[in-house]
Design a protein around this ligand. Structure first.
Ligand code: 15L
Length: 267
């Protein structure tokens, strides 16, 4: 099996490079930034190029059995850059996958696609994963567009497309909010494994979050694909004991501080 990973030199891509290794699996890693050379025994193929380049993507998709699209801008940026890299780039990726017959695509969406959903919407299991988009930034709009493009390519061409609304995927929760939104790197790998191996998922939108005590995102939809989280951000709670809580809209909505950050200003 060959899995193409875009954005493989980025934060999550780097964490997945080691964790998604498996016997009988070749990882084809693509990034605009040159990737570090293969380690001894590592079954990887390295591609340098942009997700916005149709020729690069057409070639990268050849003989791939699945694609995990992590490439793009992972924060607020100008509208022009967001449109080009995240929205146009996702269309280029999906079109190349369709043309090459790649049957399954996993798209790295973000909690910011639904950042203006109220935390108070969370029921017993959390805010449902397929809540309609309520973006909090241009970045969030690009992730909502990613989900819409994924839906289109599934409906038109029957491709399996899973959109993962990732919370905060870092080695450790980055801040107090992260005690709710954290997706541990190991759980991220478990989640991507479920996305790769679940039989005939069709089109899905799921949250990407660990089983945090304070989580407000539902994990039921991811569990339905076979995800079994094993981490909980609560073990880091003491580190944030003196940290002031968010206030105002940043406290009210899922997107936290993204909801009040200036639009279109790179951060
Ligand atoms: C995201 O989508 C970003 O890519 C990441 O850097 C974090 O800011 C994360 O959301 C978050 O909400 O913590």
């Amino acid at each position: 099996m060959r899995v193409l990973i875009t954005g493989a030199a980025g934060r999550i891509g780097t964490m997945m490079r080691t964790r998604l290794r498996a016997d009988g699996r070749t990882l084809r890693l693509l990034d605009v930034t040159p990737l570090s050379a293969a380690e001894p025994g590592e079954d990887v193929e390295l591609v340098t190029g942009s997700v916005t380049d149709p020729e690069v993507m057409a070639s990268a998709c050849q003989d791939a059995d699945a694609l995990i699209h992590l490439g793009g801008i992972s924060r607020e940026s100008t509208w022009a850059e967001t449109l080009d890299v995240n929205i146009n780039g996702t269309q280029v990726v999906l079109e190349a996958a369709r043309d090459a017959g790649v049957p399954r695509v996993v798209l790295a969406s973000s909690n910011h696609a639904a950042g203006f959903r109220e935390i108070a919407e969370a029921g017993h299991d959390g805010v449902p994963a397929d809540s309609p988009p309520r973006p909090d930034t241009f970045y969030g709009v690009s992730k909502a567009a990613m989900e819409a493009l994924g839906s289109l390519y599934h409906s038109r061409f029957g491709m399996d497309v899973i959109c993962v609304r990732i919370g905060s995927c870092f080695d450790r929760p980055p801040d107090l909010r992260g005690l709710s939104t954290w997706l541990s790197p190991d759980d991220a790998a478990r989640l991507f494994e479920a996305c790769l191996t679940s039989p005939s998922p069709g089109y899905r939108v799921i949250w990407g979050v660990s089983d945090n005590t304070r989580r407000v995102y539902s994990i039921a939809e991811a569990e339905a694909l076979g995800y079994r989280p094993q981490d909980n951000a609560e073990k880091f709670a003491d580190e944030f004991a003196g940290t002031p809580a968010l206030t105002g809209d940043a406290a009210r909505y899922l997107g936290g501080p993204f909801c009040t950050a200036p639009l279109g200003v790179p951060n």
